[in-house]
Design a protein around this ligand. Structure first.
Ligand code: C5P
Length: 412
């Protein structure tokens, strides 16, 4: 069983050498160091001369808890931890941000500063997270350098499109930290679900009544988010499609934020193909047929407005019923207040899912918004009742069951 420590500290025992080059996105490297440390990695930082114009060695040292290396010709550094040792002891070298200049020097095999010397000397895998002005990114020289670095085995993440610090809009923004972390995890992950893609829905949906009001429910997203984290911790490449929740995005996966059921379905369809789909979201069954374009007014003496509802798409049933690209394992939830297992069994058939996790959400059960859950796992071969446990423990149990099912090549 993977315990929560394993899920969260997936980089435990790994040594990551982070090279911070000189770009405006260098400030994001500080948060990257913190997130890598949270995940259990030993992080050593190398700061280029230009990088030091954007972030201070003191910040990187404070966050990493390690000396920051800057000088190829430092006498003390070469005695204590020379550039060859830095290069050799890394399990992975991450360059974030990777500037056009540093990539050009890498491509040419130059070793005229500590960062380029390490990049030339290391045998560890290298992950580049480029970030620069759009014109520099699109320049033929940069693209040719990148192509050649990729051919030599360097992995890249990003850049993404967006507003750039130089005022332009286009490609060149440093990839989201969650994407950089996912790329790092990808490199290390050897969990039982490695190579499999998982799609998880989580949280409630908000169905607008007018621009300020909506129909919602009490789902916190805790169970769905924990499942996404457990599947990622077991090595799956996860896309989490989340309704509006107040809990943070789990690291190491792609998180798509949506509001309505229709947006959730569209995001799920966009993330296919997937091997595993877990629909944990509490999707609103109904939406307001025609949401008002302006805020509904409470005029004195005016009639109380009545809402005409329309049926929302059923995401679980849609994914289960796909002819092309149906995930090999589709798991749904059944939030019931009575006759839990009988209703869940009927739901398994009605929705065409492979497994249903049924839980008691009756008053006093503490499931909605709480930290624990008591579930029954309904498969085509029967019903299992799991003891009450924390939502992260339920998630880990489920991830283990999924791994066992895929190992056997069966669904239950
Ligand atoms: O029909 P009911 O809401 O009880 O079914 C619960 C299961 O169906 C959950 O897995 C939920 O995520 C999924 N569901 C869905 N789309 C809907 C309604 C429910 O995916 N519109």
């Amino acid at each position: 069983m993977w315990n929560i420590a394993r899920v969260m500290r997936v980089l435990s025992g790994k040594s990551i050498l982070l090279i911070v080059a000189g770009g405006i996105a260098a400030y994001k490297s500080l948060e990257l160091v913190r997130r890598l440390k949270d995940r259990g990695a030993l992080v050593r930082c190398v700061l280029t001369e230009a990088g030091a114009r954007f972030v201070t060695p003191l910040s990187l040292a404070a966050l990493s808890g390690e000396k920051v290396h800057q000088d190829l010709f430092s006498l003390t550094d070469e005695v204590e931890m020379g550039h060859i040792r830095l290069a050799r002891e890394a399990d992975l070298v991450v360059v974030a941000p990777a500037t056009a200049d540093l990539m050009a020097r890498m491509q040419a095999g130059m070793a005229n500063d500590l960062a380029s010397a390490i990049l030339l000397a290391t045998r560890a895998p290298i992950l580049l997270a480029p970030s620069m002005n759009t014109a520099m990114w699109e320049h033929a020289a940069t693209q040719a350098n990148l192509k050649s670095l990729r051919q030599r085995g360097c992995k890249t993440v990003g850049p993404q499109d967006g507003d750039l610090a130089c005022g332009e809009v286009g490609a060149g923004r440093l990839a989201e930290l969650s994407d950089i972390l996912a790329a790092i995890d990808d490199g290390f992950s050897a969990g039982p679900l490695k190579g499999l893609r998982a799609l998880v829905t989580s949280g409630p949906t908000h169905e607008p009544i007018d621009p300020v009001r909506f129909i919602a429910n009490r789902s916190s997203g805790k169970q769905g988010h924990a499942i996404a984290a457990a599947l990622a911790g077991a090595g799956a490449k996860v896309t989490l499609v989340s309704g509006p929740v107040s809990i943070p995005d789990p690291a190491g996966m792609c998180v798509v934020h949506v509001e309505t059921a229709e947006q959730m379905l569209a995001a799920c369809q966009k993330s296919l193909p997937a091997d595993i789909a877990v629909c944990a979201a509490a999707v609103a069954d109904w939406k307001v047929k025609t949401p008002a374009g302006q805020k509904l007014k409470k005029a004195k003496g005016a009639a109380v407005p009545s809402l005409e509802l329309a049926t929302n798409p059923d995401i679980l049933a849609t994914l289960s019923g796909l002819k092309k690209e149906r995930p090999r394992l589709v798991v749904g939830f059944a939030a019931e207040t009575q006759n839990i297992s009988a209703h869940a069994k009927a739901k398994l058939e009605a929705k065409g899912a492979d497994w249903i996790l049924a839980n008691d959400v009756s008053e006093g059960s503490g499931t909605f918004g709480g930290d624990s859950n008591q579930v029954h796992l309904i498969t085509r071969s029967g019903i299992e009742t799991w003891p009450r446990m924390s939502k992260s423990h339920v998630a880990q149990e489920l991830a283990e069951r999924v791994a066992r099912a895929f190992k056997k090549g069966k669904k239950a």
